[in-house]
Design a protein around this ligand. Sequence first.
Ligand SMILES: NC(=O)c1ccc[n+]([C@@H]2O[C@H](COP(=O)([O-])OP(=O)(O)OC[C@H]3O[C@@H](n4cnc5c(N)ncnc54)[C@H](O)[C@@H]3O)[C@@H](O)[C@H]2O)c1
Length: 439
Amino acid sequence: MAIKSTKLELILSDGKNYDIRIGSGVLNGLCETLGSLQSVSKDSLLVIISDSNVAPFYASNLRLALEAGGYKTALITIAAGEQSKDIKVATEIWNALAAKGANRRSTILALGGGVVGDLAGFVASTWMRGINVVHVPTSLLAMVDSSVGGKTGIDLPAGKNLVGSFHQPIHVLCDIDLLKTLPHNQWQCGFAEIAKSAIIDSLDFFHWLQANCASLVAHEPQVVREVVARSLAFKGRVVVRDERESGIRECLNYGHTFGHALEKVTGFSAISHGQAVAEGIRFAARLAIEAIGSSEKFANEQDDLLLALGLERLGLNQLGNSLSDKQVGAVSGAVTGAVTGAVTDTVSGAVSGTVSGTKDCVGADFAANFKDNNAANSVRNIGADDLFNAMLSDKKNFGGSLRFVLANEPGNWQTVAVDADLVKIYLLYWEQAQHTLAC
Ligand SMILES: NC(=O)c1ccc[n+]([C@@H]2O[C@H](COP(=O)([O-])OP(=O)(O)OC[C@H]3O[C@@H](n4cnc5c(N)ncnc54)[C@H](O)[C@@H]3O)[C@@H](O)[C@H]2O)c1
């Protein structure tokens, strides 16, 4: 059965707009698409930036097709991996652009995952004070998330994405056929972001994903196309309302406060971004029970969804409920403050209590529910303090409070400053689960 393609249009606040095309084989229509974009000139260079994994699969054919369509092309290939989001690599690309004769009318075509997209977008936003960028994402994460929205960035030793800009693409083309060469673990990174989007977006997306998990995990093309379209439609709706992340765009960080901290304390290599985000979603789902009165049922549904997508638990599971009952219950009433509105409410108040005494029961239940794997091994010795400090140093937390996006049902979320002591209780619980498992 032929896969239909989907076209989405993003209309930005300054009146500019760009199309997102999603489908199977849509890359074949790239010349035609570029021809319809007035700002792309056949007289100037079209520079493809790709990485050492992706370029060998797709760059030659793409260049041949573009040259046949009358475009002058050049290819710049960077080493695959997050380490390329570095000022040295950006400088190498700027030098290569100069050597190849790129000018103000040149266009950069980012052919790769989120690393290529962020770096190529950054270079495009700075080369001669800004030139066009077209995104052709090749990883699931880039297709469902990073290719749309205009965030670009490079990393510093002090943290990821600390230097960057907002630079919207002029077109995004998601050809799901390119995912045929994507390694299994990279699919999972995309699945975590999809789960995030479905939870934050709506009951409709959440239920659709619950019903289509198995087909998605089996990479069924029709379902892959639809999930990319649903995820980008959601992201597009958020981005057009808040292009520069001064308000509702924060919702895209659901699961990321804990997830980033976990990635940081494990050195950004021991566990994948997807595993970290999945664990962050579980953490937020448990925290939401206490902090905003979300239900245990909803936390379990999120856990089940992640499991159905193959994202195993590393720590928190349904035992979070035990903690909620036995420990946090002892301090209930200490979490005070109005929780109204959608973006900046605060849950505050002194929360005391420890998780001592729960170790055995936590460990037994935890072990029974746990499927061991390398990722789990690598988080076993992580302490609550390490995670807490990593959260505090996150650039999205300021003023000493810890901000979380929390949800009490699909599509109903809020950003909440959660009292540090309550966060610590949950972190201690998480730590204890790891230590017990290791015994
Ligand atoms: N700009 C944004 O809004 C935004 C949002 C989320 C994440 N990000 C950024 O995205 C990056 C992560 O993106 P990612 O997960 O795509 O990582 P990535 O770009 O490193 O790609 C993951 C791996 O898959 C390989 N790969 C990609 N497509 C392939 C294909 N079709 N076939 C074979 N191999 C392929 C890559 O070479 C790489 O080894 C991070 O740097 C993160 O900060 C940005």
